[in-house]
Design a protein around this ligand. Structure first.
Ligand code: PEP
Ligand code: MG
Length: 883
């Protein structure tokens, strides 16, 4: 087997395509070499060696040693040096390089090959003793730290003490003799800590470093990172060994990092930093302030230090030529590392650069205009979920800020609302359509419902990856976490900072962009979407076949959805239209009435509300399809809880509170999610469905007259488990349509369909399709009922399942494709068998999840419906699925 691939001098055994074998860094070094760019010669030990190493009890393939020796010789030949030679030694860097860049892996060992003898040779060839001994002491420190496991602080303390004794401030004051003295103590530290000397043999050094790279693949940090990012352990890492070039050989040498375009704005301008007379880690370590690369950037930053453009004009021009070539070749923004040794430029790395969402959009759109990539490629370049950052309201930059405290900017967007201190209060407020900010010391999975209900979340403890931060980002809710100066008193329901105290109900605003907590309501700006956003979305729309609808019932949601490009409403949850003070009483009245007459009385009160709501929705959606779902109230959400609730309802119904309490007790359920909800309500009390159908049809006529656009409502029956059940409800709907047609003398155009939310409905979808003109998959309930996991309770224990890998991810966030997905597929096939033109969509939360959207595209759904803020994400994800 070939385990080792060489590169250098304008050729390479590998290519960019061999990323799996050579790792990202190795593949790109090979590619740059093939492009004829100046790359210090070297070789890559493949990821297969890493895999072998762990399979074979941490040993190497028998023929690896010979291949490494051969590659070392070839590298030395190109560099005119020899590894381990005392006269003319080849020095190398050793770096890890997995397929995906991976924090937690061993990073870099520089200057490998130096020892007590070769340091003298380096001093002679560079004609600089100070430089040589400085390099040697860096090597001892670095190697001891990352390979031998001697902590760096031992060396740092020694150096600091030495400088103190000498009265030095800066490393630059250290002389060659000083460094030589430091080296003696450094070696003594290694002897003391390990009981053996620092290795002098270059080959021993090299194999130690190679072993350290492979060893770092299995460090807890690396393992954790792989888990979080779903990187399989058997990918392994490669090892890159490359001849050293020195950026610290005086004023004609330098080292730097750059982006071919601005990674935060996307502007097409070369962007980066460099340091004269420095080695790579000096730029990263931030000890010295780096210099700008271009003169334009220097002027913009106001730096008084020379730009590279001025300091090294020829090398700069060469760098510009190379970066342009790299961008043309890779057709993407590059993140490059380079070193200048005695006015000669060397490229050490190139890779596709990380960027903000804003930059990603701009770069993708610019590159299309430049003819570098196609529109389809541009659409594929932007992560749909990342659009979330751009879509939230932000605080008007001109608004005055009364800052109470600051925390971490944990999740983007700004939110304003009354303070509540627990999730129950947040939920109650939501039902009353009152915006709140949930304030907790920390959140736990118990708070998910409260976080959902709140406009934003503020915690006083926890970092960017705390529960609150992670969950809020997932929900697209603004969040400020870890605002440590705030004291929360749950009992008194107050929060205070210094002598300022706010109570439950007081209004605050949180700014998820800066982490600020502000007193009062601050003016917000709706997100302003850039021209690039619009352009990319247009290309996405051209590429996708899935239609995107929104889940919306309020006029605000409907307008937001349209602004974001929704092509209709896929789910209007009518029960959500009743969560306000005056209406909820009538709803409770309806539910608690113990006979039809009582119910009809309550329903008569609800009809005008419903009709007005629907009319407004139809008007806003002007002609686009709108699916309205009949009432699906898990009863527990509607029963009166407090004495005040009971009192109100008893007055409205004219029955005694005692009688009402008995009725509430009768209706209590142990398992409300599997209880008297969905169309079961309409089966028992058809008059409810009739009222809703009337409201829908009358509204359709009214909105049609107002807008001049014919409204074609889609009436949706929830939680169906059989055709006969659907037929019972559908019969009432159709009869009501006839009645309204006769009354209004207008013809109605409507459809009746069903949600597929129960496994039984999926299994019997062919029968159900005889009556249903459309299916909308309610994947929230379908997940709940297929996995037997309560959507309201699972969060408390689901973590065990994802941690242990029993479930690869939270099935309520991203569809369980191998399980629940089978039912979706089956129902699609059965439904189409009965009714080839059946309209198919999804309206569970999964309708806004990119991975799930890929799945829905592949099984042939016509549309996905998601929350309004997810609409752009869904548009982009649907396009990516289609390309
Ligand atoms: C569903 O179950 O997926 C659905 C959309 O309905 P709800 O979330 O209202 O139960
Ligand atoms: Mg449901």
């Amino acid at each position: 087997t070939k385990w080792v691939y060489t590169f250098g001098d304008g050729k390479a055994e590998g290519t960019a395509e061999m990323r799996n074998l050579l790792g990202g860094k190795g593949a790109n070094l090979a590619e740059m070499s093939n492009l004829g760019l100046p790359v210090p010669p070297g070789f890559t030990i493949t990821t297969e060696v890493c895999t072998y190493y762990y399979k074979e009890n941490q040993s190497y393939p028998a023929d690896l040693k010979a291949q490494v020796e051969e590659a070392l010789a070839a590298t030395g030949k190109l560099a005119n040096r020899k590894f381990g030679d005392s006269e003319n030694p080849l020095l190398v860097s050793v770096r890890s390089g997995a397929r995906a860049s991976m924090p937690g892996m061993m990073d870099t060992v520089l200057n490998l090959g130096l020892n007590d003898t070769t340091v003298e040779a380096l001093a002679k060839s560079a004609n600089d003793r100070r430089f040589a001994f400085d390099s040697y002491r860096r090597f001892i420190g670095m190697y001891s730290d990352v390979v031998l496991g001697v902590d760096l602080h031992h060396f740092e303390e020694e150096l600091d003490g030495f400088k103190d004794r000498k009265g030095y401030e800066l490393d630059t004051e250290m002389t060659a003799d000083d460094w030589q003295a430091i080296i003696t103590t450094y070696k003594a530290i290694v002897q003391r800590e390990l009981g053996r000397p620092f290795p002098q043999d270059a080959h021993e050094q090299l194999w130690g470093a190679i072993g350290a790279v492979f060893g770092s693949w299995m460090t807890p940090r690396a393992i954790k990172y792989r888990e979080l990012n779903e990187i399989p352990a058997d990918w392994g890492t490669a090892v890159n060994v490359q001849s050293m070039v020195f950026g610290n050989m005086g004023e004609t040498s330098a080292t730097g990092v750059a982006f071919t375009r601005n990674p935060s704005t996307g502007e097409n301008a070369f962007y980066g930093e460099f340091l004269i007379n420095a080695q790579g880690e000096d730029v990263v370590a931030g000890i010295r302030t780096p210099q700008d690369i271009t003169e334009a950037a220097r002027i913009a930053s106001g730096s008084d230090k020379l730009s590279m453009e001025k300091a090294m004009p020829e090398v700069y021009n060469e760098l510009v030529r190379i970066y342009n070539k790299l961008e043309q070749h890779y057709r993407d923004m590059q993140d490059i590392e380079f070193t200048v040794e005695n006015n000669k430029l060397w490229m050490l790395q190139t890779r596709n650069g990380k960027r903000t969402t804003k930059a990603a959009l701009r770069i993708a759109v610019d590159m299309v205009k430049e003819g570098l990539i196609t529109k389809e490629e541009a659409v594929l370049r932007v992560d749909p979920l990342s659009l979330d950052q751009l879509l939230h309201p932000m605080i008007d930059p001109k608004a005055e800020r009364n800052v109470l405290a600051s925390g971490l900017p944990a999740s983007p967007g700004a939110a304003c609302g009354a303070i509540v201190f627990n999730s129950e209060d947040a939920e109650i407020a939501k039902k009353e359509s009152k915006p709140v900010v949930l304030v907790r010391i920390e959140t736990s999975p118990d708070d998910i419902h409260g976080m959902h209900a709140a406009e934003g979340i503020l915690t006083t403890r926890g970092g960017m990856t705390s529960h609150a931060a992670v969950v809020a980002r997932g929900m697209g809710k603004p969040c400020v976490s870890g605002a440590g100066s705030i004291r929360v008193d749950y009992k008194a329901e107050t929060l205070s900072v210094g002598d300022k105290t706010l109570s439950k109900g007081d209004i605050i605003t949180i700014d998820g962009a800066t982490g600020q907590v502000l007193i009062g309501q601050i003016k917000m700006l709706e997100p302003e979407l850039s021209g690039e956003f619009a352009a990319l979305m247009e290309w996405a729309d051209a590429a996708r076949t899935l239609k995107i609808r929104a889940n919306a019932e309020t006029p605000l949601d409907a307008r937001t959805a349209r602004n974001f490009g929704a092509e209709g409403i896929g789910l209007s949850r009518t029960e959500h239209m009743f969560f306000n003070e005056e209406r909820i009483v009538a709803v409770r009245e309806m539910i608690l009435a113990d006979d039809e007459e009582g119910r009809r009385k309550a329903l008569a009160k609800l009809l005008p509300y419903q009709r007005a709501d629907f009319t407004e929705l139809f008007e806003i959606m002007s002609g686009l399809p709108v699916t309205i779902r009949l009432l699906d109230p898990p009863l527990h959400e509607f029963l009166p809880h407090t004495d005040k609730d009971i009192e109100e309802v008893s007055k409205a119904m004219g029955v005694s509170e005692d009688k009402l309490r008995r009725r509430v007790n009768e209706l209590h359920e142990f398992n409300p999610m599997l209880g008297f909800r969905g169309c079961r309500l309409a089966v028992a009390y058809p008059e409810i469905a009739e009222m809703q159908a009337r409201a829908i049809f009358e509204a359709a006529i009214e909105a049609g007259r107002k807008t001049g656009q014919k409204v074609k409502p889609e009436v949706m029956v929830p939680l169906v488990l059989s055709k006969m059940e659907l037929d019972l409800v559908k019969g009432r709907i159709d009869a009501m349509a006839k009645a309204v047609e006769e009354e209004s003398k207008e013809k109605l155009d409507y459809q009746v369909g069903t949600m597929i939310e129960l496994p039984r409905a999926a299994l019997l979808a062919d029968e159900i399709a005889q009556s249903a003109e459309f299916f909308s998959f309610g994947t929230n309930d379908l997940t709940q009922t297929t996995l037997g996991l309560s959507r309201d309770d699972a969060a408390t224990f689901l973590g065990n399942y994802t941690d242990k890998g029993i479930l690869s991810h939270d099935p309520f966030v991203s569809l369980d494709q191998i399980g629940v997905g089978q039912l979706v597929k089956l129902a699609v096939e059965l439904g189409q068998k009965t009714r080839p033109d059946i309209k198919l969509g999804v309206c569970g939360e999964h309708g806004g999840d990119p991975a799930s959207i890929h799945f829905f595209h592949n099984v042939g759904l016509a549309y996905v419906s998601c929350s309004p803020y997810r609409v752009p994400i869904a548009r982009l994800a649907a396009a990516q699925a289609a390309i």
